[in-house]
Write a protein that binds this ligand. Structure first.
Ligand SMILES: NC(=O)C1=CN([C@@H]2O[C@H](COP(=O)(O)OP(=O)(O)OC[C@H]3O[C@@H](n4cnc5c(N)ncnc54)[C@H](OP(=O)(O)O)[C@@H]3O)[C@@H](O)[C@H]2O)[C@H](O)CC1
Ligand SMILES: [K+]
Length: 533
């Protein structure tokens, strides 16, 4: 049994459903009834007074869910209209379709019919779910374009139709011309989030995301021969709008992260037992970014933090925090001398460091095999190198935003911008994994949908679409410092990058709009109290 919240791909979801059905403990029909019941339940929760609803049913099991929803809402007093397709779907959906037809008609699934709907009422999109493999075309594409304007009164079953659930791309649409971008007010998905709910256009299209438990958890067993326990009672796990689980198969689950954070060392804790981080700064007048990173490294709990400007700039770093130590590093030789001290356990290179200085210091840093964060100017310096990934290793975290990523991995970035004409489309998750495998380092591909990937393929997704104010100057420097501090304390690179991203976002949520990067480090203690519970 995997603890923590797992994000399953469409194929993994199908395999999970098949394992459950093959066990003979549950049938596809029961799963469909549970899925439809979960959606109908969420609708009744949000719109307690029965009204008018149009349910749009597609050709497969997503449509089957729609027939269940129609029947249950009818039984709850809703005035239900169903639009569907004449072709018989698979056996489970066919049975649900028949059960609806004993209650009411199925009108043609066309734009013209949709427009007959009359006044304000709810629409339920049960056209495509995890089975979408190619861009919708013809009549269905027309209908989806018309549906795109429905917004808040649109409930999506499993996902808004047209969305690739593995990438968050709209099949057949580039990001720019997603003219029929369905924006649901509510999406009810089943068992676990899929990457497409969290990446790319997903969060914008899904609206409020609710993950309904349809009793499959116990088949997500690790060993093939583990006897599946009886399905848990059906409960809806309602994810707050923003705090969608940020990890997939975490080496450290959320509660283990909390335990680790609250760890007081071996009881004989002293400053060195929580590591010593170096933050490389630059010359006069360029100290701000490195100071933000250094302050953050202190606040996240590194035992010692030393900021290392050039000798001429030392005077600039005499202001508080007094806990911050200062040591000049003029060149690679100076850094090599410092790194001879094995008690130095992590280095932050990049924020406010200068590209030439980063290029000069990188070889020594990489040769020292120390844990490190390479951000900003260090990433630019790497990209300018003719063998950019030589010497990188698994305890290095690269923290590019999309622009820096495109300079380091131009071919991967190009694939991300292509218009996907078949699913599963290439995703930020794929790109981060490919980059990590190529560079042999952990890659944190930043954005409102951040993806953290290790060279072995383990990955985490953090969704922060709800905090646009985090996109403020210096926020990346603080994130680099947080991760550096966690590395200094001995957290492995994937966990340091995942947990660091989570702490960084939570601090931003705590503060709210009007945030500037300087606010972030001093919010970390509150976040640590919240996470440690
Ligand atoms: N499996 C289960 O027990 C449960 C599934 N649930 C729901 O089922 C869907 C997944 O259902 P599935 O039938 O696999 O696929 P969809 O309903 O999403 O798609 C229907 C079929 O549509 C065809 N397709 C794909 N792309 C297009 C397109 N662009 N235009 C037209 N048709 C398209 C495709 O068949 P093809 O053979 O034509 O490729 C699909 O099969 C899941 O999302 C859940 O909602 C239950 O909820 C839980 C149990
Ligand atoms: K759907």
């Amino acid at each position: 049994m995997l603890d923590g919240t797992e994000i399953l791909t469409s194929a993994q979801m199908r395999a999970l459903e098949s394992r459950a059905m093959a066990s003979g403990t549950v049938t596809g029909l029961q799963l469909m009834e549970r899925a439809g019941s979960a959606v109908a339940g969420q609708i009744r929760l949000r719109w307690p007074v029965p009204g008018r609803v149009t349910v749009l049913c597609g050709p497969g099991n997503n449509g089957g869910d729609g027939y269940v929803i129609a029947r249950l809402l009818h039984e709850a007093g809703w005035r239900v209209r169903v639009l569907g397709l004449p072709a018989p779907p698979g056996p489970d959906a066919a049975q649900m379709k028949d059960r609806w037809q004993r209650i009411g008609p199925i009108l043609p699934l066309t734009r013209a019919e949709l427009q007959q709907g009359g006044g304000p009422h709810l629409h339920v999109d049960a056209i495509f779910g995890t089975g979408l493999t190619r861009p919708p075309t013809g009549e269905i594409a027309q209908l989806l374009r018309h549906l795109a304007g429905f917004g808040g009164d649109l409930v999506a079953v499993d996902c808004p139709s047209g969305l690739c659930m593995d990438s968050g791309a709209m099949l057949g649409q580039s990001r720019e011309d997603a003219q029929y971008l369905l924006r649901a007010g509510l999406t009810v998905a089943f068992d676990s989030p899929k990457p497409g709910h969290l990446l790319g256009l997903g969060p914008e299209c899904c609206g409020r995301l609710v993950i309904a438990d349809i009793g499959l958890h116990d088949w997500r067993v690790t060993g093939a021969d583990d006897p599946p326990a009886a399905p848990r009672p059906l409960t809806e796990a309602i994810w707050p709008e923003f705090d969608i689980p940020d990890s997939r198969r975490p080496a450290l689950s959320a509660q283990k992260q909390a335990q680790w954070l609250s760890r007081r060392g071996s009881g004989r804790g002293h400053k060195f037992s929580h590591g010593h981080a170096l933050v490389i700064a630059r010359g006069i007048g360029h100290g701000g970014a490195a100071r933000l990173a250094a302050r953050a490294a202190l606040r996240i709990g590194a035992g010692l933090v030393t900021i290392c400007p050039t000798g001429s700039a030392l005077i600039e770093h005499s202001a508080p925090p007094d806990a911050l130590m200062r040591k000049q590093v003029n060149d690679a030789e100076d850094l090599a001398k410092m790194l001879a001290d094995r008690r130095i356990t992590s280095v932050c290179l990049g924020p406010g460091c200068g590209i030439d200085r980063a290029s000069d210091l990188l070889p020594v840093l990489l040769a020292s095999a120390r844990a490190a964060v390479l951000d900003a100017d260090a990433l630019t310096a790497l990209a300018m190198d003719d063998t950019p990934f030589r010497g990188l290793h698994g305890n290095i975290v690269l923290t590019p935003h999309l622009g820096e990523f495109a300079r380091l991995f131009p071919d991967l970035a190009r694939r991300l911008t292509e218009t996907p004409d078949s699913g599963p489309a290439y995703s930020k998750l794929d790109a981060a994994r490919d980059a990590a495998a190529r560079s042999k380092a952990v890659v944190l591909l930043k954005g409102p949908d951040s993806v953290i990937a290790a060279p072995d393929g383990h990955a985490a997704i953090h969704s922060a679409f709800d905090i646009p104010w985090l996109a403020t100057a210096g926020a990346g420097d603080v994130l680099a410092g947080i991760i550096t501090g966690l590395l200094a304390r001995g957290l492995p690179a994937l966990d340091a990058a995942s947990l660091g991203t989570r702490v960084h976002a939570k601090a931003a949520r705590l503060f709210g709009p009007g945030l500037i990067a300087d606010d972030l480090p001093d919010l970390i203690p509150q976040v640590l109290r919240d996470i440690s519970g």
